[in-house]
Design a protein around this ligand. Structure first.
Ligand code: ADP
Ligand code: MG
Length: 699
């Protein structure tokens, strides 16, 4: 029996009631869980501050000195006890609002005390309220002068008596019991290279650090280990997949591709597009299934890459499909592909939730017989009734809208899985992509089509509205089109957010018929009506498009030059960037106007300022990552894999890179982990993969 798997209730001082609480509140079930429940911060009682050099923030400080005077001072409500504390450099006020009578009686002047507490600053004067006050003589006899761990906790735990002290004592009991249970998990060569302390030492020091240096080394060791094993899993999976998952061999580029490329393509590919098409082509020729993520900022021309990839599939006798997250997008892809492939002998169909039954049946039949070459659509594509004769390549646009299960479904439609190309305009910072999508190959379009001017972005408030309207009119006079986007569909009570309908009405007054025509699109309209309104805008029959965020992804109207975002402070960064990407698609100067009230959170200000300062999707993604943390950024499907115990994917990127390099090195030297010196890695690895199936979260 593995001692570490012992239920936590058997630990001294815990028992069944506390065990239930620990399980419910913190997910701690076994000795091992507790051992790996790390403090989220430490109280440093090893160093002393001088009063004349206190940090100008509200951190906790420890000071050694004497009380030179004290008195009770009446104030507006009640009284307070105020003591002047002196440490040889300066003085600080200690205050008590409760229990001051007996505290005052116990205070000794001209006696050495150790004071600990949080600073309050009033201008240049600092004070500490209700400090922890210990006589120096007592302090010396206690073990106070150390690092004290602070464990994550909940109100319920505190109320039920599981205090920090109880946690700390439990850890002490635990260590006494399990001190022989520590096994090294990293190979010697890595430990030597990086001078890592042992696993046992690190685990002890993370709970009971002797000093800052030991703590830092313990943290490094444990973070490294955590990231190393994630990388091991990702790399191993990638390797096994390459070995095992066979794919169709697309051996040639044939007449469809060549004809399109020589006679129909409307522009010259950018270098980045050429490179990516080459990467995809190589991938699909290997006999292994392609599983590739295509990242490219909004407007970088991913659709053309998709089209060319599909043509290669068709050249090899296979069918292709393109799946988009919204009806509007699917519609638009359908139209643009049809337009592009005009004059070529190819059949394309569109399948969405609103496709009529009769037509649906026709599509099903054509798909199964193979007479339909390309199917474009929404989620409707992965319904069970949809069966391809021989799907060779599946392209998924704007993948962050799709769940993992849905992607997996596409695979199951054939004997061999189709090649998969996932396209996204939400740039994922490289390090993060590498740790989350370690198993996907990544292509990046890092170049915009030539002649694009960067979009001018400005921040405006309600008081500028008339100017904004004037500007819109000027642009319309130049033949341009305008988007105006609102965050909400219906007015929500008590909130002063601009409501779409309100906005529409006031716009209709400002931009009256017949001179101006307005389209409106929002989530509560029927797909048919949405399409109709959208289509009018695409064809230039309306000059203004008033919409909610349904137009966020992919919509392509190159003639639109102004994007106005109402209540911009309510949008997330990547959403703002997506929306802005709807303009700047032609060769003329485009503008993004962020409308926002004066009052907004600091985070919202950062988001808006970032938008004003840069057009670079990767830069924006970095800021977004810092503001929101990786879990949110990746969406819930992927966040599971990112719930790390100690490492932080933002702050620990350097460690992540190191861990990845070592994992690569180990796997290339000993892919099956057979070597005796890697035995502990093999054992650890198989334990991890048995307990938690990381693959469920990704790809
Ligand atoms: P996204 O990557 O956001 O999906 P699109 O594929 O919609 O971008 O392309 C944006 C616009 O740029 C489209 O109007 C497209 O026709 C155009 N485009 C794409 N590639 C090129 C190119 N190499 N040269 C000129 N225009 C291009
Ligand atoms: Mg697109």
């Amino acid at each position: 029996m593995d001692l570490l798997q012992t239920p936590i209730e058997y630990l001294k001082g815990i028992g069944p009631n506390r065990a239930t609480l620990l399980k419910e509140e913190l997910g701690i079930k076994t000795y091992q869980d507790l051992l790996h429940f790390f403090p989220n911060r430490y109280i440093d009682r090893t160093t002393f501050h001088s009063i004349n050099q206190l940090p100008r923030n509200t951190s906790e400080v420890q000071i050694k000195g004497t009380i030179i005077s004290h008195k009770i001072i009446p104030q507006a409500k009640g009284k307070r006890l105020s003591a002047t504390f002196y440490d040889g450099t300066s003085t600080i006020e200690l205050v008590w609002f409760r229990g001051y009578k007996w505290i005052q009686e116990s205070l000794k002047t001209n006696t050495a005390y150790i004071v600990f507490g949080r600073l309050n600053w009033y201008g240049s004067k600092a004070s500490i309220a209700h400090p922890e006050l210990t006589l120096e003589t007592e302090y010396k006899q206690s073990n106070l002068g150390a690092f004290h761990p602070v464990y994550p906790s909940t109100e319920k735990l505190v109320n039920k008596g599981i205090s920090q002290r109880v946690m700390k004592q439990s850890m002490e009991h635990l260590f006494r019991q399990v001190h022989q249970e520590f096994h090294e998990t990293l190979p010697d060569f890595i430990r030597n290279d990086l001078k890592l302390i042992s696993r046992k030492e690190a685990t002890i020091q993370i709970h009971f650090p002797a000093n800052q240096n030991q703590l830092t080394r313990a943290q490094f060791r444990l973070k490294f280990e955590e990231l190393f094993y994630i990388q091991m899993q990702l790399l191993q999976k990638n390797r096994l997949q390459k070995q095992k998952v066979k794919g169709y061999v697309f051996e040639k580029v044939g007449s469809y591709f060549n004809e399109y490329y020589s006679n129909h393509i409307p522009f010259k590919l950018t270098h980045a597009q050429q490179r990516v098409v080459r990467e995809i082509r190589n991938d699909m020729g290997t006999g292994k299934q392609m599983n590739r993520l295509l990242q490219g900022d909004v407007g970088s021309g991913k659709t053309m890459v998709a089209l060319l990839s599909m043509l290669i599939g068709l050249d090899n006798g296979f069918q292709a499909c393109l799946m988009a997250p919204t009806e509007i997008l699917a519609q638009q892809h359908y139209q643009s592909l049809k337009e592009n492939l005009k004059g070529m002998d190819l059949n394309l169909s569109l399948l969405t939730g609103s496709t009529k039954t009769a037509q649906r049946k026709e599509i099903h039949e054509a798909l199964e017989s193979g007479s339909l070459h390309v199917l474009i659509g929404t989620h409707a594509l992965i319904e069970d009734k949809v069966r391809f004769k021989n799907l060779g390549i599946a392209i998924i646009d704007e993948q962050h809208r799709f769940g993992v299960a849905q992607r997996a479904k596409l695979w199951r439609k054939n004997n061999l899985p189709p090649h998969i190309l996932v396209m996204t305009a939400t740039p994922i910072p490289r390090t993060l992509a590498m740790s989350v999508y370690g198993d996907l190959d990544i292509s990046v379009i890092d170049e915009l089509p030539p002649g694009r001017k960067s979009i001018k972005t400005v921040l405006r408030s309600d008081s500028n509205r008339l100017q904004v309207f004037k500007f819109i009119k000027e642009e319309i006079k130049l033949g341009k089109q305008i988007y105006i986007v609102y965050p909400l569909i219906q007015e929500s009570e008590k909130m002063d957010y601009k409501d779409l309908m309100d906005g529409y009405e006031s716009l209709a007054r400002e931009f009256p018929l017949p001179e101006y025509k307005i389209s409106i699109v929002h989530g509560q309209m029927k797909p048919k009506d949405k399409d109709y309104e959208m289509q009018r805008f695409v064809e230039g029959k309306t000059q203004l498009m008033v919409a909610t965020t349904v137009i966020e992804v992919g919509v392509n109207v190159p003639n639109a030059s102004v994007m106005i975002i109402e209540s911009a402070e309510r949008f997330g960064l990547s959403q703002l960037h997506q929306l802005r990407g709807r303009v700047g698609r032609g060769n003329d100067q485009s503008y993004c106007i962020l409308m926002s009230g004066v009052k907004k959170s600091k985070e919202a200000s950062t988001r808006l300022q970032t938008m004003v300062q840069t057009n670079d999707g990767f830069e924006i993604a970095e800021v977004d990552l810092k503001l929101r943390g990786p879990g949110d950024l990746m969406g819930t499907q992927q966040s599971g894999v990112l719930q790390l115990k100690i490492a932080d994917l933002i702050k620990d990127q350097e460690i992540l890179k190191t861990a990845r390099n070592y994992a690569k090195k180990l796997i290339s030297e000993d892919p099956e982990l057979d070597k005796i010196e890697h035995r502990n890695v093999r054992i650890t690895y198989s334990k991890i993969t048995r307990h938690k199936n990381i693959w469920n979260y990704i790809s």
